[in-house]
Design a protein around this ligand. Structure first.
Ligand SMILES: Nc1ncnc2c1ncn2[C@@H]1O[C@H](COP(=O)(O)OP(=O)(O)OP(=O)(O)O)[C@@H](O)[C@H]1O
Length: 298
């Protein structure tokens, strides 16, 4: 395998007349976390499904773990694990029974399955609840079990489609810790998320897709610095943000912007200055008018 766990060139996919992926190019270095961001319907799940061999592409070359997804599908399947938005676990079984079943289906003996299940329950902090039926689990526990199931056999690449959607802050952070640990063990993680903070906290590389294309790629810091150095944020009397304006951060630029604003916004508008966030990046890259104004491109 080359230096990339995933390498995609010129990938295109249509459903009927709808172009969903329109020439995607990306490279994911081994042992890193790669986060894919994009508005609803941008094609994130479709891309994950193509990379994990569930959906065939129309055009382009896609290599996963060095294997061609068209001609070496079975080798790709053995290198990857996919965890979808909805956990595929049997609710009537306990967490431990689910794990043991998958271990057996993956070819482990009964004794090996017992050992592997208890290791995974321990690793995902599920030992105490391993004997309880999954239908009694919280969202965070189910998601941890789902991840544990996907790691029954060791795979070098893990696809996570919105791994923390619907989880509360504590469960989300617990899952982030696990994802970081997996990365530190050398596993490559390719995830989609609708939480910009998640991409910011976890990802080594973030790619933003919109209109079927990758419009920006970089580390979270690189992407944030493209938006500007400082963001002027305007708030109304109810403390609601009514406008954010990226600036270069110089006294001249900010002074001029504030001077112009002083003629157009209500007199009681409050102003504060902060560093750019991933929200600013996302808005700038996915809103055409701002993109044109700022001249931002990949
Ligand atoms: N099997 C299919 N047949 C027809 N259209 C499809 C199919 N799968 C996806 N699409 C369409 O492709 C587009 C992209 O869908 P996809 O689920 O990949 O987007 P997404 O970025 O994951 O969105 P979300 O953030 O809402 O999950 C959508 O318009 C969707 O309706």
């Amino acid at each position: 395998m080359g230096q990339y766990a995933i390498e995609v060139k010129g990938l295109r996919k249509k459903f009927g007349n709808q172009i969903v992926l329109n020439g995607i190019d990306l490279k994911v270095p081994q042992g890193t976390i790669y986060a894919l961001l994009g508005p609803n319907g941008a094609g994130k799940t479709t891309l994950i499904h193509i990379l994990s061999t569930l959906v065939a592409p129309d055009e382009g070359s896609v290599h996963v773990s060095g294997y061609d997804i068209r001609t070496e599908k079975n080798l790709v399947k053995h290198a990857i694990s996919l965890t979808g938005q909805f956990a595929a676990v049997d609710e009537m079984l306990t967490g431990e029974e689910n794990l043991r079943m998958i271990c057996r289906l993956s070819g482990l003996t009964t004794a090996e399955s017992r050992v592997r299940s208890s290791q995974l329950l321990h690793h995902f902090d599920l030992t105490a609840s391993g004997r309880k039926r999954v239908k009694t689990y919280s969202g965070g526990m189910r998601r941890r079990l789902d991840l544990a199931i996907s790691l029954v056999t060791s795979r070098s690449i893990l696809f996570l489609d919105e791994p923390t959607t619907g989880l509360d802050t504590i469960s989300r952070r617990a899952l982030w810790d696990i994802i970081l640990q997996l990365r530190n063990q050398g596993i490559t993680i390719f995830l989609t998320t609708q939480y910009l903070e998640e991409a910011d906290q976890l990802a080594d590389t973030v790619a933003v897709i919109t209109d079927g294309r990758v419009v920006a790629t970089g580390t979270p810091e690189e992407l944030k610095s493209r938006v500007g150095e400082e963001v002027i944020e305007l708030r109304n009397l109810k403390d609601e943000v009514i406008r954010t304006i990226p600036t270069s951060g110089t006294v001249h630029d900010m002074g001029q912007t504030l001077h112009e604003l002083s003629h157009t916004v209500p007199k009681d508008t409050r102003v504060s200055i902060r560093k750019p966030s991933m929200d600013d990046v996302f808005l700038a890259l996915t809103t055409t008018t701002i993109k044109e104004l700022e001249g931002i491109s990949s």
